[in-house]
Design a protein around this ligand. Structure first.
Ligand code: 4AD
Ligand code: MG
Length: 432
């Protein structure tokens, strides 16, 4: 009979030194010398070196075991400075659970092409790198929920099938819904707006879909969207909650995921430096800054990726751009009453990635909203329920959408957004 199984991390923490321990996991590396077989075993928590001597009854099992075979083993834990992690297990009993065929990923990242690893994503997820990224992703989600609960937001579940666009037709995925045409949601926002009339402060973390033709380091066709919406609030409230959320996530991640961040080679000091208040500049100031840097961008034009990166360089951390021209923002944006050319919309930008969130005050006047819908050539009947919200007890309200994967790409210094999600979907990639 084997003893109760412990996580490899428990052994690495030194809690089993000099004692017998049973672990289970997969063969991560294997090396053989005349007298010893070295097996590196991985489980969800970590990796540890284990050794088998030629005179041990487990030698034949150890000889036949292949990379990625699943095993359970028992042995004596010893401190060993030469072993990665500082501890080693001298195997006394080794059983193979599932003998692996020749594993296609033999060399790891840097040796195999990115393309090959993406085609084998279902297997590459076993790498230490993906294991660590997914753990941080889970923690960031936990901190997001903790933040909104602490601020008395109520979590709600919006639909994924929708009948009219939130963010314009050009990035809308259409689908056949029995004999009707429907779409995949781009944002829960319009539904969250309906829910604030009942719950006042709501949020969701849900997938959003964009038929995005862009092939950049920051675009997916399916991503996870963190979206709060709340009533009786203005732009100042909006930016305050947004920067509080961002600094809460960064500070807690820096503290709780120190080991993962360091193993991933990401810069933890950047996260520790995220403190409120964040710098705020207007769109007009941003245009001036860009022109001073030699960019040829006119007032009224939207920023491109390069413009955003150039702007963000100056701040070194997250900051807001607000008060945008109405022609580059969505139909639901509330206009400044003293300057209708501008809308109460704000983007949060970070270095290297540019925009990671968009939010703003929503048009709460029925007349203004109807005017905007007709100006943009949208069909009033598509937004009937949404317009209703302005008919019955309208309130000033705000909300924003933060892309989880863009956030992680920035936080973990990932080269490409693709590595922030287990099964990325892009214009070209939908397998596995
Ligand atoms: O700027 P967007 O389009 O704003 C909205 O959807 C609003 N309705 C949100 C709201 O106010 N509730 O999208 C918000 C964020 C972006 O800033 C970006 O972080 C992320 O969603 N995002 C994407 N992330 C990855 N791939 C894409 N193709 C993305 N498109 C948007
Ligand atoms: Mg945006």
């Amino acid at each position: 009979m084997l003893m109760p199984v412990v996580a490899i991390q428990t052994v690495l923490d030194g809690k089993k030194e000099g004692k017998s321990a049973t672990i289970r996991g997969w063969i991560y590396r294997k090396r053989e010398s005349k007298q010893t077989i070295f097996l590196i075993i991985r489980d969800a928590s970590g990796v540890i070196q284990c050794t088998v001597k030629r005179d041990n009854p487990s030698w034949s099992q150890a000889e036949k075991v292949t990379i990625e075979s699943s095993v359970v083993l028992e042995g004596i834990v010893k401190q060993d400075k030469r072993a990665p992690g500082g501890y080693e297990i001298a195997i006394e009993k080794l059983s193979v659970i599932g003998l692996a065929e020749t594993f296609p990923i033999t060399k790891g990242k840097g040796k195999e092409s990115e393309e090959f690893l993406r085609d084998n994503r279902h297997l590459w997820l076993r790498s230490r790198r993906m294991n660590l990224i997914m753990k941080v992703r889970s923690e960031v989600l936990r901190f997001t929920h903790d933040f909104f609960r602490k601020e008395d937001f109520i979590e709600v579940s919006p639909p994924m099938f929708i009948s009219s666009a939130c963010e314009g037709g050009s990035t809308l995925f259409g689908l056949k819904y029995f004999d009707k045409q429907l779409y995949l949601t781009q944002s829960a926002q319009l539904y969250l707006e309906a829910l604030i009339y009942s719950l006042e402060k709501v949020y969701c973390v849900a997938p959003s879909f964009r038929a995005e033709k862009s092939r950049t380091i920051r675009h997916l066709t399916e991503y996870w969207h963190i979206e709060p919406e709340w009533a009786f609030a203005d732009m100042d409230d909006l930016m305050r909650v947004e920067e509080d959320l961002m600094s809460y996530i960064c500070q807690r991640t820096a503290k709780n995921c120190k080991k993962e961040i360091e193993s991933l080679g990401a810069d933890i000091s950047k996260l520790k430096a995220v403190k409120t208040p964040f710098p705020r500049i207007t769109y007009t100031e941003a245009i001036e800054k860009l022109n001073a840097k030699g960019f040829k961008i006119k007032w009224g034009e939207d920023f491109g990726f390069e413009d955003e990166k150039a702007l963000a360089e100056e701040f070194g951390g997250p900051f807001f751009v607000y008060a945008y021209p109405r022609q580059i923002k969505a139909f639901y944006c509330k206009s400044h009453r003293d300057n209708p050319d501008l809308v109460m919309s704000t983007d949060m930008l970070v270095p290297r990635i540019g925009e990671i969130s968009t939010g703003g005050a929503r048009e709460d006047s029925k007349e203004e909203l109807l005017k905007r819908i007709s100006e943009l050539g949208l069909r009033e009947e598509d937004y009937r329920w949404y317009i209703d919200l302005r008919r019955y007890g309208t309130v000033p309200h705000v909300g924003f959408g933060l892309g989880l994967e863009r956030l992680l790409t920035w936080m973990l210094d990932l080269e490409n957004i693709i590595d922030s999600i287990p099964f990325p979907r892009t214009i070209r990639r939908f397998y596995p």
